[in-house]
Design a protein around this ligand. Structure first.
Ligand SMILES: O=C(O)CCC(=O)C(=O)O
Ligand SMILES: [Fe+2]
Length: 262
């Protein structure tokens, strides 16, 4: 704006009803008002094309810092966090993070790792409606009707490699993930291709693939107040995780908005 003001300032001595300096000031004020009225710029987006119809969009400053801390505190205090028991490789284990599930009424129940979380109503948590509104505004054309919240209390809490590929989300689910608090790494790795996987377990196929080609990977450091969106075939063709990090000493809250098909 400063350069614009310099360019439009009238030269001293120009024909005018007012003293030149007053005239320049008035015009500067006018332009300032104009600039303040101008539409705020949308936050920067980084698009990563994973190939094969999979895509990740990352918006580091989706929520302003102060607002994001306000939301963090409110979520930390008011969400009825639970640390449920799940089944992993035939064994019962306590999940390594706190969770809570919200969904529109009448949707197909979510079930993962032998656990069916209770679906709370959006009406219980006005803050979640506010965050959902902000997500919908940032992603025109997208629609989310359910939400899985995660709280990682320390760097020992994590989510292991998985894909959110449950049939209730359909073949190309869009997942919008909002992060508050401690920065943690979010990793993506390509699933083994069908032809390799067909001849053995996924893990064995992955080991074989490693020999021939380095497995494709991506890493995002998810900032406080950021939004990351997974699109297209990301759930079919890729897995994601948030690994343990000894240095992450403060809590992180993550909200994953999803669309259950109706
Ligand atoms: O905490 C994150 O960033 C990811 C959480 C996640 O993958 C999930 O809830 O399915
Ligand atoms: Fe996930």
């Amino acid at each position: 704006m400063a350069s614009r003001l310099r360019l439009v300032g009238r030269t001293p001595g120009a024909v005018g009803e007012l003293a030149p300096s007053v005239s320049v000031k008035a015009e500067a004020r006018e332009l300032e008002g104009e600039a303040n009225r101008a539409e705020p710029q949308p936050p920067r987006r980084e698009v990563t094309d994973l190939g094969g119809g999979s895509k990740v969009v990352y918006i580091p400053r989706f929520v302003a810092r102060e607002k994001a801390w306000e939301w963090f505190d409110c979520l930390d205090k008011t969400i009825p966090w639970k640390r449920p028991e799940i089944r992993v490789f035939g064994r019962t284990a306590v999940q390594h993070r706190d969770v809570c599930y919200i969904a529109d009424e009448g949707l197909t129940d979510l079930k993962y790792s032998g656990h069916q979380p209770h679906a709370h109503s959006w009406d219980e948590f006005p803050i979640l409606k506010d965050i959902l509104k902000a997500v919908h505004e940032a992603l025109p054309g997208s629609y989310f009707n359910s939400l899985l919240l995660n709280r990682y209390k320390t760097g020992s809490d994590y989510v292991s490699w998985h894909a959110d590929d449950e049939p209730l989300y359909g073949p190309t689910p869009e997942i919008a993930s909002v992060t508050f608090g401690c920065e943690r790494e979010f990793l993506l790795r390509k699933k083994p291709t069908k032809s390799h996987a067909a001849s053995g377990s996924e893990e064995a196929a992955r080991k074989r693939l490693k020999v021939t080609a380095p497995q494709q990977r991506h890493s995002f450091l998810l900032k406080h107040g950021s939004l990351l969106v997974m699109r297209g075939y990301t759930q079919r063709d890729w897995q994601h995780s948030v690994p343990k990090r000894a240095k992450a000493s403060s809590p992180r809250i993550n909200l994953t908005f999803r669309h259950v098909l109706t």
